[in-house]
Design a protein around this ligand. Sequence first.
Ligand SMILES: Nc1ncnc2c1ncn2[C@@H]1O[C@H](COP(=O)(O)OP(=O)(O)OP(=O)(O)O)[C@@H](O)[C@H]1O
Ligand SMILES: [Mg+2]
Length: 269
Amino acid sequence: MSRTLIIASQKGGVGKTTTALNLSYTLSRLGHRVLLVDSDPQGGIAIASNLRRKTSRGLVHLIRGEAAPEDVITPTRDGGLSVLGSGVEEPGDTALLEDSARDGRLEAVIREHASGYDYVFLDTPAGVGGIVEALMGVSDGVILMMRCRTLLLKTLPIFLKLIRHVRGTRNPRLRLEGALVTMWHNGDPVEKEILGELTASVPEALFFRTVIPYDPRFERASIRGIPVILLPGGTDAGKPYLELAMELKEREMLRNVEIEADDHAEGIF
Ligand SMILES: Nc1ncnc2c1ncn2[C@@H]1O[C@H](COP(=O)(O)OP(=O)(O)OP(=O)(O)O)[C@@H](O)[C@H]1O
Ligand SMILES: [Mg+2]
């Protein structure tokens, strides 16, 4: 069964793109077929060295009907992960992406190309704009990124409202898959206090147990456009994303078992 997960946050610079890339890559190395879609007009994913071939074309060209999927969806060298870039090159492309979010073309393109993968991850621009809303419309779950800064406390409620709005109006299957704390400085009392306050808005059970620590190697990997695990000596930096991938699969398995248990109970009674 294919699952589409949107990686989003109200705030910018909180590790959305890093998580999209590292989690996608990890799941692909665990044997899953994964598609990573960059919907950020500001450009997010720039996998440079690990692609079989590079193209600057992407989502906007699919939306315009100017490209075939095989021309713009690029497999990584090891094959398990495919990447669809935004394709934004001109200011007009950004406008097109935003228009397509309003008139349904963006959702249609994602739906059309999502089949055939175990996971589709959608990297998004920050905020609660039209692109994010439209992509929530085609997603099964939201991975909500949280960097424990004070502004997050103020902006989180509006983001949660958007999830509820999309669920109530256009996509009843949308769920909050989990909140992911990232760039965590262990032992920082302020971050700890903010995390405590966040649990007033998001139930503790919805937080991933996995926390992504602050680690400068992520920045180095971003510069090269590669998952951190591919940096020389990067395997331990990549471990939190391996933990996250396992936790994601654990949650899915437990949910499926619960559903099957419910069906079984109905069958008997
Ligand atoms: N765990 C981490 N530790 C240290 N630096 C990190 C970590 N995760 C990401 N970064 C760095 O922080 C910066 C912002 O990360 P990223 O681009 O993933 O955020 P984003 O939420 O996608 O930003 P935007 O909203 O602008 O798209 C990048 O330079 C990235 O390398
Ligand atoms: Mg980004």
